[in-house]
Design a protein around this ligand. Structure first.
Ligand SMILES: NC(=O)c1ccc[n+]([C@@H]2O[C@H](COP(=O)([O-])OP(=O)(O)OC[C@H]3O[C@@H](n4cnc5c(N)ncnc54)[C@H](O)[C@@H]3O)[C@@H](O)[C@H]2O)c1
Length: 327
């Protein structure tokens, strides 16, 4: 039987972009959620962020207004770590992305967390073995990397450090499943995990093409959005290759493309340091792209974010991953 998240006490430590969205996710699934950050301002901003996300789900007819209010009532904002960690089963850490910050948080967690609490880091790609050097209890540390925004995107990449216990990993797997997430477990620890390595490979090749003058930022964004991105929303690259040849099958498709692909591979980006001026070039072209997008797709960051969330909701409906919630 599926474990239930309902009624579980969880703490979100660090409630910026990711921590606040995790808090929304946990509250939607019936958890009692402590939101902790180092300043009252950050906690207040996170509460506004969650309220905004819940209200948006109401406008999209995913939540009834009184359900959104009930979710909001499950949030417990605080700047007192002892209070945040009282009786929690899961600690979702979403602090800054460097080892020193994670170690500082873990050192304090050791003081106040219940002995059976699982510490799950949202890290985008640091090693859990290294993060866990900040605690006396490395066996209960696991990586639980979400994709932004976690309250809408189902993927969670679970990684174990050298000392993570099997019990901790399995508990986390079942817990995220109970939140209707799609957890996957990495069989070996590696920097950047799976999805961010894939994303970075794509992004490096895009940067290379732009800096060589082959195309613009907007061309790359269009190529992904109206090309492979449409298919990737439903099928991964290897299943798509399985369908790529008229004779059928991956091996035939691979043979068909192999000699050409080997020429491309020789020409593709292999650098490890970003080209000079890359970020200025990209930023200028992103502003250009934003300025002349169709108005209904958004012309500034806030509008584009709302467009993203609306489109994600439509996709999640197709995936049958979003059901109207009435709890
Ligand atoms: N932004 C993304 O797209 C994304 C996606 C997946 C995972 N992540 C990961 O999630 C984590 C958080 O990223 P973010 O984008 O939300 O960053 P953010 O800067 O928006 O939020 C970080 C929060 O941590 C707080 N903080 C700092 N020191 C703290 C401490 N000692 N205790 C508690 N809170 C503290 C900050 O005040 C801030 O509110 C990082 O590890 C990041 O790599 C980010």
């Amino acid at each position: 039987m599926r474990q239930s998240a309902e009624g579980q006490r969880v703490a979100c430590l660090g409630v910026g972009v990711i921590g606040a969205s995790w808090a929304t996710n946990f509250a939607l699934e019936g958890c009692e959620v402590a939101l902790y950050d180092i300043s009252q301002d950050s906690v207040d901003r996170a509460m506004e962020h969650v309220r905004h996300d819940l209200d948006f789900l109401v406008t999209q007819e995913i939540l009834f207004p009184d359900t959104a209010d009930r979710c909001f009532a499950r949030l417990h904002p605080t700047t007192d770590l002892a209070e945040a960690l009282k009786d929690v089963r899961l600690i979702q850490e979403s602090g800054p992305e460097h080892y020193e910050a994670k170690h500082k948080i873990l050192e304090q967690v050791d003081r106040y967390a219940p002995p059976d609490a699982i510490f799950a880091s949202s890290t985008s790609g640091l090693l859990i073995t290294e993060i866990a050097r900040g605690t006396r209890y490395p066996e209960r540390c696991v990586g639980a990397h979400p994709y932004n925004p976690p309250h809408l995107i189902p993927l969670v990449e679970l990684t174990r450090g050298e000392q993570t216990s099997e019990e901790c990993l399995q508990w986390a797997y079942q817990f995220y499943q109970s939140l209707h997430k799609e957890p996957i477990i990495l069989q070996k620890e590696c920097l950047g995990f799976i999805s961010n390595r894939l994303q970075l490979a794509l992004s490096r090749e895009g940067a290379d093409l732009i800096m060589r003058g082959v195309c613009t930022v907007e061309d790359i964004d269009k190529a992904v959005t109206y090309g492979p991105g449409l298919r990737w929303a439903f099928l991964g690259p290897y299943l798509l290759m399985e369908l790529a040849s008229s004779q059928g099958g991956f091996v035939v498709a691979d043979e068909h493309f192999r000699s050409s692909a080997q020429l491309w591979l020789k020409d593709m980006a292999k650098w490890e340091a970003y080209p000079d001026r890359w970020s200025e070039v990209a930023q200028t072209q992103i502003y250009d792209e934003m300025a002349h997008r169709p108005a209904e797709q958004g012309n500034n960051a806030a509008e584009i974010m709302e467009y993203r969330d609306r489109m994600l909701i439509e996709l999640l409906k197709l995936h049958k991953k979003l059901h109207q919630r009435s709890r």
